[in-house]
Ligand binder design. Structure first.
Ligand code: UGA
Length: 442
């Protein structure tokens, strides 16, 4: 059965959700306040890099199931189900999440609703937000109109957003236990195709659903910082963190995934989510429970500093006047996202210490330039490495993994490379005459 859906926010989360809901056969309206983004999406162009999304977007615009608008009136008129997918960034100068955009959607939409509807929150929010929004909605909707508020967290990864939306590991729906309303019934209609594939569907209370999301990201961040702490120990002990990760990863209880040591996690989610989680825990009187996340954050930030130190050592003690090639600026491969990117932050610190920094990234050049206009941007990996005293691999894009050390050697001034992601075969590079260093390995 086809549902009429509005999706508020057309960033990574909202645009993907809108296109994928249309792909599932629903009629979808994407809503945003940014008209330039809407114009791009409306003409079938994805304003960011996400493999596979453009195809789905175009197909569903052409078949008429997907449209975009800036008009909340049009959305309220068209849809019965409303998904909130706007951003919840870190507040300036504070750990807490900034809920301005979520609140703005609710405050604008609720008074316009004139028939029974369900609002599903997808944005990552501090626990307690859904309940508060439920109260707000009940104050704002016209008298006698039944509007249910439910929370349906999203677990998609950038780079795999389409696959994660159409084939998620699980679906989680938080409903208000005091007034469950129609949320579960509607969610079962919206996700009917996924449920027919036996994807686990967990119906919880609102607070648990909100916490599932933050707990999942906190766990992933902890796993990465755990292995990066092991990398620090390995560096002092003369051990190899990659082999260590392989060996402990064979234990199914531990698992090898998310045990890649390197310059640590970044992006628009993990860093801000663990901080918002700590802030919220403090507010609800559970701050002690999450003090370990402060250490998770510290370990993560120390890896960036360590990378800069290694770079300084590799060029003989001072970066002043040296030329450094930085391969990778995105926070991870298959993404053009540079939000809180460890790679870009390291590039910036190295430049501040007096080096001339030449950056190349296959997809994130434009976004990097907007954040760090003073770095030099090359048009290829080889060009970035021209006359370099040092090469840093900071994002493990496939095209960097297959670089030929012999060819690159001819471009640089000194064949010295540091692998910030433990993604290169050290022996191959050493055999080709390179001085090779990596984080957590000798
Ligand atoms: C993350 C979660 O993985 C998703 O499940 C979640 O839905 C999403 O945040 C979100 O909250 O929206 P994403 O930010 O796309 O997804 O990126 P990840 O694949 O989790 O990578 C995060 C960072 O950790 C990257 O900088 C990556 O390079 C780093 N990382 C990852 C490591 O340093 N080591 C690893 O072993 C894995």
């Amino acid at each position: 059965m086809s549902c009429r859906i509005a999706v508020f926010g057309t960033g990574y989360l909202g645009a993907t959700h809108a296109a994928c809901m249309a792909e599932l056969g629903h009629e979808v309206l994407g809503v945003d306040v940014d008209t330039s983004k809407l114009a791009k999406l409306g003409s079938g162009e994805v304003p960011f890099y996400e493999p596979g999304l453009e195809e789905i977007l175009k197909r569903n615009i052409e078949n008429g199931r997907l449209r975009f608008t800036a008009s909340y009136e049009e959305a309220a008129d068209f849809a019965d189900n409303h998904f909130i997918g706007v951003g919840t960034p870190q507040k300036r100068g504070e750990y807490a999440a900034d809920l301005t955009c979520v609140d703005a959607v609710v405050d604008t939409l609720a008074p316009l609703l004139d028939r029974p509807s369900v609002i599903f929150g997808k944005s990552t929010v501090p626990v307690g937000t859904a309940e508060r929004i439920g109260r707000r909605v009940r104050q704002l909707v016209p008298n006698g109109v039944e509007v249910d508020v439910a929370w349906n967290p999203e677990f998609l990864r950038e780079g795999y957003a389409v696959r994660d939306t159409l084939h998620p590991d699980r679906l989680v729906l938080g409903v208000d236990r005091n007034r469950p309303g129609r949320a579960e019934e509607v969610a079962r209609e919206v996700y009917a195709r996924l449920l027919s594939e036996d994807i686990p569907f967990l119906v919880t209370d609102l607070a648990t659903a909100e916490l599932v999301k933050t707990a999942a990201n906190a766990f992933l961040a902890t796993k990465i910082s755990f292995i990066n702490a092991m990398a620090e120990v390995c560096e002092m002990a003369g051990a190899d963190v990659s082999v260590l990760a392989d060996a402990i990863g064979y234990d199914a209880r531990i698992g090898r995934r998310f045990l890649n040591a390197g310059i640590g996690f970044g992006g628009g989610c993990l860093p801000k989510d663990i901080r918002a989680f700590m802030a919220r825990a403090g507010e609800i009187g559970a701050d002690e429970a999450l003090t370990f996340l402060r250490e998770v954050d510290n370990i993560n930030m120390r890896r960036r500093t360590r990378m800069v130190e290694l770079a300084r050592e590799a060029v003989g003690g001072t970066l002043l006047g040296t030329s450094v090639a930085v391969l990778g600026a995105a926070f991870k491969p298959d993404s053009d996202d540079v939000r809180d990117s460890p790679a870009l932050s390291i590039a910036g610190q190295i430049q501040l210490q007096g080096a001339s920094v030449n950056v190349f990234d296959p997809k994130a050049m434009e976004n990097s330039r907007a954040v760090f206009p003073t770095l030099n941007y090359a048009t290829s990996a080889i060009e970035a490495c021209a006359n370099a005293d040092l090469v840093l691999v900071l994002t493990e894009w496939n095209e960097f993994l297959v670089l030929d050390p012999q060819v690159l050697r001819k471009a640089v001034r000194r064949p010295s490379i540091i692998d910030g992601r433990n993604c290169l075969d050290s022996q191959v590079w050493r055999d080709a005459g390179w001085a090779f260093r990596a984080l957590g390995r000798v």
